[in-house]
Design a protein around this ligand. Structure first.
Ligand code: F6P
Length: 341
């Protein structure tokens, strides 16, 4: 069997570990060969495909980004499934492992279930918003980077007696903000799932200040305060018409400063959360998922993806994973309240 591998959507630490895990297991256990599909679905639609050998994956498990490149090209653009079928036949590709987030897996599931293409999936995203898997690789690295940022902001904030606002990624869910906020001891954690107003935020800030602390606020990029109608997007839309979130930290800082009288600065962590080396946890999870994806191909498990349940890697239909986002649940929000302010 010749397996094509692609990475699609935003990059994420651990993608290379998946590729390495898949290639090593596929070659060593099954004697398969592999093809590198460049830049996600674009490579499959435009026939930008090259052989992928064991030597190509040597030592890449610790490296961030993706050696295959990525893009947000839609699988139904530029000839869609028919064109993919042609390219796969020309290149003798028998199966495709698509590594991606919600958008990629939704596309992969349609290609497998509706078009009959031999596609399996591996879930990835720093946002941790995919359902039907306990965690996605990349998330642990992102929460670690965000936590380190909080720790670093704390020492400068304390020295200057300031309030600091850290904006983290996560799109429409608050997992990175919640986890890093808990780990870093933030005084206010603001997430899209549970909107609060300016007054509540300032109350948390004042309460921390009154106890002699330099207040730290962590805000998820998708958070909408009760006082606003929409998410903040300083950079507008990308070329695919997707809203580029970001700017809520800069929006909140002057409001906090004005209402509390405390000097307040905002930092947007941005793509630093996606770059660099994955944590050990993410490397292991990614490697296991890559190996499981090859097993899925071996068993013709088209339309399924490898997923984490507890400590086990299992198989689930991709269609179920993209049905709805995995939001921070009420009990996690209730639990954190006692730590705020
Ligand atoms: O989905 C991962 C993610 O990093 C989100 O947290 C963020 O909103 C988005 O991608 C940013 O995408 P881009 O790199 O295309 O600006």
């Amino acid at each position: 069997m010749n397996i094509g591998i692609l990475t699609s959507g935003g990059d994420c630490p651990g993608l290379n570990a998946v590729i390495r895990g898949a290639v090593r297991k596929g070659i060593r256990q099954y004697g398969y060969s592999f093809s590198a599909i460049r830049d996600g679905w674009r490579g499959l639609l435009e026939d930008d495909i090259h052989p992928l050998h064991m030597v190509d994956v040597r030592g890449i498990g610790a490296r961030g980004g993706t050696i295959l490149g990525t893009s947000r090209t839609h699988p139904y653009s530029g000839g869609g499934p028919e064109r993919m079928r042609e390219v796969m036949a020309e290149r003798s590709i028998d199966a495709v492992i698509a590594i991606g987030g919600e958008g990629t897996l939704a596309g992969a599931s349609r290609l497998a279930d509706d078009e009959g293409l031999p596609v399996v999936g591996v879930p990835k995203t720093i946002d941790n918003d995919l359902d039907n898997t306990d965690y996605t690789f990349g998330f642990d690295t992102a929460q670690e980077i965000a936590t380190e940022a909080i720790d670093r902001l704390r020492t400068t904030a304390e020295s200057h007696h300031r309030c600091m606002v850290l904006e983290v990624m996560g799109r429409n869910v608050g997992w990175i903000a919640l986890q890093s906020g808990m780990a870093g001891g933030a005084h206010a954690i603001l997430i899209p799932e549970f909107p609060v107003g300016y007054e509540q935020i300032c109350e948390w800030v004042r309460s921390a200040w009154d106890r002699g602390r330099a207040p730290l606020v962590v805000v998820a990029e998708g958070f909408v305060p009760e006082d606003l109608d929409d998410q903040v997007s300083e950079a507008g839309l990308d070329k695919h018409g997707r809203v580029r979130l970001g700017g809520i930290g800069n929006h909140l800082a002057p409001i906090i400063e004005e209402r509390t009288g405390l000097e307040t600065r905002a930092v947007t962590l941005g793509h630093l959360q996606r770059g660099g080396s994955p944590t050990a946890y993410d490397r292991v999870l990614a490697t296991r998922l890559g190996m499981a994806a090859v097993d899925l191909c071996h068993d013709a498990g088209w339309g399924q993806m490898a997923s984490l349940t507890g400590t086990d890697i299992i198989r689930v239909p991709m269609a179920e994973a993209v049905d709805r986002l995995k939001f921070v649940p009420q009990h996690r929000w209730d639990e954190v309240q006692v730590l705020l302010g």
